[in-house]
Write a protein that binds this ligand. Sequence first.
Ligand code: ITT
Length: 198
Amino acid sequence: MDKVILATKNAGKAKEFKEIFGKMGIEVVTLLDFDEEIPEIEETGTTFEENAAIKAETIANQFQLPTIGDDSGLVIDALGGKPGVYSARYAGLEKNDQKNLEKVLKELQGVEEKDRTARFVCVLAFAVPGEDTITKRGTCEGTIGFEPVGTNGFGYDPIFYPSEYEKTLAQLQPDEKNNISHRRDAINKLVEWIKEQN
Ligand code: ITT
């Protein structure tokens, strides 16, 4: 595998995939790199696995090429697992990162530090035309802060303190986040699986 399509229009994800796969010598092409407009893929599933497979299979069928789909999100224990699969649109259809994290902070008002445990989940689906799709799940454990801190990364990074650091993911350098992230964990598992097939 020296080149792969990633079925995402999320610029934050695209950057991280290019960084991580780039170091493995694998070129990544995302839906943001195509000249033609790719229709919005409807995420009708109720699990990360289902939605990742929908994304990967839609694009694999369209281009007849092996494709990876990423469905990811933040799972907060005190909110019963929310925002979960609804992370991108938590505060509305416009997918606004700032509004999303403000909604989470508001819902966690009054919840003390020890009860603010959470994890990022990333499920990657690998779809190859004519073959069964497989999925791999990666996680990153941590806690939710009380206010946004840091400007790196994307999404909920400014309010997420990974267990390994006393900083938010948005305060880490790209390489530091990529070493411990849910996306990295899932990519490692997928690459391991692909190697086992050869
Ligand atoms: P695509 O479907 O085009 O890939 P999307 O943003 O709609 O883009 P998801 O449905 O998988 O993708 O939603 C993922 C959301 O979860 C994302 O918008 C962020 O709000 C959050 N998220 C996922 N990974 C994250 C990360 O590494 N850091 C911060 N937030 C993240």
